[in-house]
Design a protein around this ligand. Structure first.
Ligand code: ATP
Ligand code: MG
Length: 313
């Protein structure tokens, strides 16, 4: 399968500083690729180069097998871009802003009216269409930015922190929207919300200091967590053992490597290598007559993977 978007050895230098230091990846139709990384890692700069807002110092961007740098108009017609901070003209209303974008995008007549009506409905900005953008709340400004990115129904969507500043309901709606759009498009989103990666991304890149430091499905990344396959246990009742007693008991279960407290009430039982300790722990619990408040196998913790991979970056 040919990639809808291909990025090869992309580099961006600002004077002596290298913000993006040789990034390569492909995105296929149907994929939602997440960019994760600490502040200043180079996520937005990479997006700006893909969308043609910044010229790369080196490297190539290929859109549907065309060199995007040599064919910028072709690339821009196929890409919808929500820039960081969703800049828009502050004294325009969303209605006039979308009309303006529609003109820039060459949308005319019935198709133009239909597209504006469709994104207005889909992004749920109907009630603010006549209000100057500078007077809109942060979340509504973001929504107007999203509407602008979707207006020409592009095949490739580059969304820089699309849910930043949105309330929980609206975050959910934007994730639903990305799900709905995904089968037909190639989508890249950047985010600092780690749950978002499992919620919407089929694959994620962790970027640090301008380089890709991890690349995998959310499941693969979670598999790198030291919590992956650990058993989390919470006991309740008046006669529950204290942590040290509990630990002394649990470490004798075959396959258990260590036991650590997890917050106020829970403990994590870490297995040795890929050992399964669920049965052993539940047999011990039954034998001791512990009252179980919670018992589950941890899928892995994205925040811990993120920290361990990007530490020092
Ligand atoms: N025009 C510029 N001139 C000089 N340095 C720049 C310029 N644009 C970006 N940088 C630097 O490049 C680095 C990468 O910035 P970028 O905005 O891509 O990070 P990011 O990963 O998007 O971070 P965040 O999570 O904070 O949005 C930063 O150190 C930034 O200060
Ligand atoms: Mg950024």
């Amino acid at each position: 399968m040919t990639a809808m978007l291909e990025v090869r050895d992309l580099v961006k230098r600002f004077g002596p500083f290298t913000a993006v230091d040789g990034i390569s990846f492909e995105v296929q139709r149907g994929e939602v690729l997440g960019f994760l990384g600490p502040n200043g890692a180079g996520k937005s700069t990479t997006m700006k180069m893909i969308t043609g807002f910044l010229g790369p110092s080196a490297g190539t961007v290929t859109v549907n097998q065309f060199d995007a740098l040599a064919n910028p108009i072709m690339a821009k017609t196929r890409i919808g871009y929500l820039p960081e901070g969703a800049p828009a003209y502050p004294d325009m209303t969303p209605a006039s802003f979308l009309e303006f974008i529609a003109s820039v995008r060459g949308l005319k007549g019935r198709q133009r009216r239909q597209r504006i009506a469709e994104v207005t409905e889909r992004i749920d900005i109907g009630r603010v269409m006549q209000q100057p953008i500078e007077t809109l709340s942060k979340g509504f400004k973001r929504r107007v930015g999203l509407a602008q990115a979707l207006l020409h129904d592009p095949e490739i969507l580059i969304l820089d922190e699309p849910t930043d500043g949105l309330d929980p309901n609206q975050k959910f709606q934007v994730r639903e929207l990305i799900h709905e759009l995904a089968p037909e498009k190639a989508i890249i989103i950047s985010t600092h919300i780690l749950e978002e990666v499992s919620a919407v991304c089929s694959r994620a890149l962790i970027i640090a200091r301008g380089r890709i430091v991890a690349d995998g499905t959310p499941g693969e990344l979670m598999g790198r967590s030291r919590f992956h396959n650990a058993v989390v246990l919470e006991l309740k009742g008046d006669n529950k053992p204290d942590f040290e007693t509990l630990r002394a008991d649990l470490v004798r279960v075959p396959g258990v490597a260590s036991v650590e407290p997890d917050g106020e009430r829970r403990v994590v039982v870490f297995p040795e290598g890929s050992a399964t300790v669920t049965d052993g722990v539940s047999q011990l619990a039954a034998a001791r007559g512990w009252q179980i408040g919670a018992f589950y196998v941890d899928p892995g913790r994205m925040d811990e993977v993120f920290r361990s991979i990007t530490q020092g970056n």
